[in-house]
Write a protein that binds this ligand. Structure first.
Ligand SMILES: [Zn+2]
Length: 522
């Protein structure tokens, strides 16, 4: 992808039924790292996130708290969801709420177009409905209940009984799109990623698609169907449209053409909505499908899925209070292969914090800046003749930059960090071998000392540029000490071309200070 391209990336919008857990923060951070990388490469990047606020479940939760659903949504957005973005340092360009007027108007416009074009009809429907999933379930999606629900059939995801609903609904002719979807997966093999998720989607569609019930009459918390206001739009149909209503669908054609189509990151449990229903809706409306739908894995804690419905959630702030936002971002992007499930543990994050961030990168930065301050009074030294070891550092800077850039294009975020970390390790090894503190004792080796510290500083600056999408706070601090201009305007795909300030400024404190207590008090 050449620099300057449009790169619109969207997270799923999060259901305001509950408060955020680390699974939500994980999706946000991944999308933010990708957006920051592209932005810093010169692409026209745009990161969208937001909240999903309609549906029967929200209505019930609000009622049980004695407030209106709008009050409930406002409270959760203000007190929980927007603060989450601050907690993990997300630089989103927009935040859409499905109760925004711009969204509701866009949903109605989209729906009316599909109705006028004959993709929507009225029919009778009866089925098993899970209010947790906000969808009708096939009998094969149900499992025998346990405990209080012994003897009943329950939703396999939520472990709660399903309801038998019967209503006159509007239906979307999704079955018309079965073959076109299969053709899409065939023609564009990277449309759904990773492969494991793609295979699941393909075999699901091959079993045959049924038309989708897209309206409800039994409650009224939703967008009204424009030609029949007794109905509200099915919450998923409503929610999926946020990706286009946020960028001017039906209102601002220039903005829409500039941004669409999107790269979409979703948890693998909601891939079917994004890789089957959503592209079918877009095809019906005559719009391009997303560039990619990437289904990432689940976070496991003690082997159990983090979920909004089971109470195993850890609040992101519990982790950032101890380690900081940078460490949160680094840990989840590094320790988990993006696309696969990954296990979180306090021991693991504490160990990586100490070994990789504090001792690996932080200590490297402190040593290089301190030695230039001590031996050259802070003036950045000029390199003389280069040895093989010096040249090897330069080669690694260029190689890992190219590798990381290519990995980001493949959504292999953890591989990008692993490549960049080769430079951290090489620079630490280089300093240990070159022993600048020993060279400094011999005044006849002044030029060699300058070359070693100039080489180390060049490598450190390249690292600062490469790491800024991942750990924006620490790299910003370090850049204040060694760099020139704005860190975020340094082209990340040409990181080695950064220019240093004429003098380095001492670092006031370590970039990653020692953690006294690696777990929160119980
Ligand atoms: Zn369910």
């Amino acid at each position: 992808m050449p620099a300057g391209d449009s790169f619109f990336i969207a997270t799923p919008i999060f259901y305001v039924n509950d408060v955020p857990h680390i699974g939500h923060a994980y999706t946000e951070v991944a999308a933010d790292v990708l957006a920051r990388w592209h932005r810093q490469r010169g692409d026209d990047a745009w990161l969208l996130t937001g909240t999903d606020e309609h549906g029967q479940k929200i209505l019930r939760t609000a009622t049980s708290h004695g407030v209106t659903p709008q009050e409930w949504a406002d409270k959760l957005v203000t007190e929980s969801w927007k603060p989450l973005l601050k907690t993990v340092d997300i630089a989103n360009d927009d935040f859409i709420r499905t109760t925004d007027a711009r969204h509701e108007a866009g949903v109605q416009k989209f729906l009316q177009k599909l109705y006028d074009d004959g993709f929507i009809y009225q029919g009778e429907f009866e089925g098993f409905y899970c209010v947790g999933c906000e969808e009708y379930k096939q009998p094969s999606d149900l499992v025998p209940g346990t405990g209080a629900y012994e003897g009943e059939q329950v939703c396999a995801i939520h472990s709660i009984p399903v309801e038998v609903l019967q209503e006159s609904n509007y239906f979307f002719r999704m079955s018309d799109f079965e073959q076109r979807l299969l053709d899409l997966y065939e023609a564009q093999p990277d449309f759904v990623q990773p492969d494991s998720v793609r295979n699941e989607v393909v075999s699901f569609v091959k079993q045959g698609l049924r038309d989708l019930s897209i309206s409800r009459q039994s409650f009224d918390w939703g967008v009204k169907v424009p030609w029949d206001e007794k109905h509200v739009v099915y919450v998923w149909f409503d929610a999926l449209l946020n990706y286009v209503t946020a960028i001017g669908y039906g209102v601002d054609d220039d903005e829409f053409r500039r941004r669409w189509p999107a790269v979409q990151l979703v948890g693998k449990d909601i891939v079917r909505f994004h890789a089957v229903i959503w592209p079918a809706m877009l095809m019906a409306a005559g719009l391009p499908v997303p560039k990619n739908v990437f289904g990432h894995g689940w976070l496991l804690v003690g082997g159990e899925k983090m979920s909004k419905s089971k109470l195993t959630g850890i609040a992101p702030q519990q982790i950032t209070d101890v380690f900081g936002a940078d460490a949160f971002r680094y840990y989840f992007m590094r320790a988990i292969t993006f696309g696969q499930d990954g296990n979180f543990s306090w021991e693991d994050i504490a160990a990586r914090y100490q070994a990789e961030l504090a001792n690996g990168f932080g200590n490297l930065a402190s040593r290089v800046v301190a030695m230039i301050t001590r031996y050259f009074d802070g003036t950045v030294p000029v390199a003389g003749d280069l040895t093989e070891a010096d040249l090897a550092v330069r080669e690694t800077e260029l190689r890992v930059t190219a590798e990381a850039d290519a990995a980001i294009d493949r959504f292999a975020i953890n591989e990008a960090l692993a490549s960049i970390w080769q430079l951290v390790d090489q620079l630490n090894g280089y300093i240990t071998e070159q022993e600048p503190w020993a060279i400094a004792k011999d005044s006849s080796q002044r030029e060699r000392l300058a070359t070693v510290l100039a080489t180390a500083l060049r490598g450190l600056g390249t690292l600062t540029v490469l790491l800024s999408p991942f750990i924006p706070t620490a790299t910003h601090t370090l850049w204040q000490s060694i760099g020139q201009g704005e860190l975020t305007s340094q082209p990340v795909d040409r990181a080695a071309e950064w220019s240093s300030a004429p003098e380095v400024q001492p670092l006031a404190a370590g970039l990653f200070p020692r953690i006294e207590q690696p777990e929160p008090a119980a």
